[in-house]
Design a protein around this ligand. Structure first.
Ligand SMILES: [Zn+2]
Length: 340
């Protein structure tokens, strides 16, 4: 984790930020949805009995307030999605998850409500001083299955001078929720997404080898450590799970010189679903109400040489931009991408 500050931002950014916090939300608060969940077995498998997750106990007020702050800096379309969640859980362990109750997969709710969606957040994202750079470091480490050596890369979060003290952590919580919301939107709209021209062209034809891709596309539950037979098109990095990924290969995943294989993040390079999810997450961070005052990049370390740096929120490789363009229309309800 590394945090630096933008010297050029001062009072003006502070005023913008306060103005952003005052924007209209779809519901005033999601705090009442936050509770703790223990001993729930996520990842319902076809043929097994499904039961809806329900609150085990009340969440700490600090956790509720942190989720609420993340909610307040999200784009209003995202806020509407968070308002429609049944619950936002705080769970033990270091892996957050999202769940959409799909009755076509026999996920009939057992909580006395209509089918809906849940997000479960790992307790670690609420740690003091855990910021968006830490969140991205952890996700990237899991996506690379620890094959890249420690210290090979580092995310850098740039905040204005004297930021609100919790802003870095609020952004970490927002990013964790956006990754899981991306999975929920994917599963809820999968048949429509797979038929979208911009998904077929800008995602599949650009980055993925279609041989054997069905296993990954059929999957009802995915973890960023599972490749599910998904392979990249030739030209860039073969796959983030490749053993001993080199610094140059890691850099290439964010956009190779021949314009292929561009992924919004290394985690997006694991499967087409994660490709969609991470593009969605980056698109929502770009549209966050505080987006004008923070920057996020990955610095790939080269001992004795300059770092290879990719800005994750602005200047992007053309292949990545075309994915973000496809997903971004979700926010504005453009006909390209009108989803539930
Ligand atoms: Zn994921």
């Amino acid at each position: 984790m590394k945090r630096s500050s933008w010297r050029s931002f001062s009072l003006v950014a502070g005023i913008c930020f306060l103005a952003a916090y005052g924007a209209q939300a779809a519901c005033p608060s999601v705090q009442d949805k936050v509770c703790t969940l223990t001993n729930y077995r996520e990842g319902h498998l076809p043929g097994t009995l499904y039961s809806s997750p329900t609150c085990t106990s009340a969440a700490d007020d600090d956790n509720k307030r942190a989720v609420q702050r993340a909610f307040l800096i999200a784009h209003e379309k995202v806020q509407a999605e968070l308002c429609s969640l049944k619950k936002i859980f705080v769970i033990a362990g270091n892996e957050s998850w999202g769940l959409w109750e799909n009755v076509a997969s026999d996920e009939w709710p057992t909580d006395g409500e209509l089918p809906g969606a849940y997000i479960a957040l790992s307790r670690q994202v609420f740690r003091q001083n855990y910021d968006l750079a830490d969140q991205e470091d952890d996700l990237t480490r899991r996506a690379l299955k620890n094959t890249a050596s420690a210290g090979q890369y580092e995310h850098v979060l740039t905040l204005p001078n004297n930021p609100p003290p919790t802003l870095g952590n609020d952004l970490a919580i927002l990013a964790a929720m956006m990754h899981e919301l991306g999975h929920i939107i994917w599963h809820k709209n999968k048949s429509e997404i797979l038929q979208l021209n911009c998904f077929q062209t800008n995602f599949i034809a650009t980055s993925w080898n279609t041989d054997g891709l069905g296993e990954s596309l059929r999957s009802t539950w995915t973890d960023v450590t599972e490749a599910k037979n998904a392979r990249h098109r030739s030209g860039g990095l073969e796959h983030p799970h490749k053993q001993n990924v080199s610094r140059e290969e890691l850099y290439q995943i964010y956009g190779s010189s021949n314009g292929r294989d561009g992924f919004a993040t290394a985690a997006g390079g694991v499967t087409p679903e994660e490709d969609f999810v991470e593009s969605f997450k980056i698109s929502t961070l770009r549209r966050a109400q505080a987006s004008t005052i923070f920057a996020l990049s990955i610095a790939i370390k080269r001992p004795g040489d300059t770092d290879l740096v990719r800005d994750l929120l602005s200047t992007r490789a053309p292949a990545v931009e075309s994915k973000l363009f496809c997903v971004d229309s979700w926010h504005t309800n453009l006909p390209l991408f009108v989803f539930r």
